[in-house]
Design a protein around this ligand. Structure first.
Ligand SMILES: [Zn+2]
Length: 221
């Protein structure tokens, strides 16, 4: 499944309708946002968790990494095309010279000042109608990513390559994390266009994954 935008206006309209259904709890899932527990059922595809919107968009192994890779590639493209002096060293590969660490940061960039930046993309699902909990989950996702790759950065720094870790967070329902701004500035990407493109694409992906989920479920039954 690749990202192809056939009709941007139509995509936007469908995206808005999808987000409305998420907010109103009217998605055709086995575990919509309702209080009575007899509505909760396991995911129709993997059976490993309740079929919530969070599970379908972010955890169901049937749709793993679809949009993550798209956002990662879009960001890589923007860095390669717009950041003078920066060079994308690797994308989703193990880092050399760090003692065989199995970790694969999304994007490794050599910057013009000789330092290195590891950027990892994450797409957590927002808490619907709850900005406070969404803020907390974004902060937690950012901390988790930075902690995860700290050992790689420390190993590179110990070898004389000053290395930092940053996370880029885009909510699965199109919420932009304001704490991405300094990350993009470090990459020389200051335009709002990239933010708008990434948010729009995540919503399109969310809707497509939901449609795909229902379609695959219908085929299984
Ligand atoms: Zn599932």
């Amino acid at each position: 499944m690749s990202y192809r935008e056939t009709n941007p206006q139509q995509e936007e309209k469908h995206g808005r309708a999808f987000l409305r259904a998420v907010r109103n709890g009217t998605l055709r899932l086995y575990a919509p946002k309702k209080r009575w527990t007899d509505m909760l059922k396991a995911c129709r595809l993997c059976g490993h968790a309740f079929e919530t919107v969070g599970h379908v968009l972010n955890h169901c192994r049937s749709h793993a990494r679809l949009w993550h890779d798209d956002i990662q590639n879009r960001l890589t493209h923007a860095i390669a095309g717009n950041t003078p002096g920066a060079r994308v060293v690797s994308v989703n590969q193990r880092v050399k010279d760090v003692g065989g660490s199995p970790l694969r940061p999304d994007i490794v960039i050599d910057q013009s000042d000789g330092s290195r930046l590891l950027v990892d993309v994450t797409v957590p699902v927002e808490h619907v109608n709850d900005a406070f909990r969404t803020r907390a989950s974004f902060d937690k996702a950012r901390r988790t990513k930075i902690d995860k790759y700290r050992c790689v950065a420390d190993a590179l720094s110990a070898r004389g390559v000053r290395t930092r870790v940053e996370a880029l967070i885009v909510g699965a329902l199109g919420t932009w994390d304001s704490k991405n701004a300094p990350v993009l500035r470090q990459l020389g990407l200051v335009s709002d266009d990239l933010r708008d493109v990434l948010c729009r694409r995540t919503v399109t992906w969310a809707r497509r994954i939901y449609d795909r989920h229902l379609k695959m479920g219908a085929t299984c039954n």
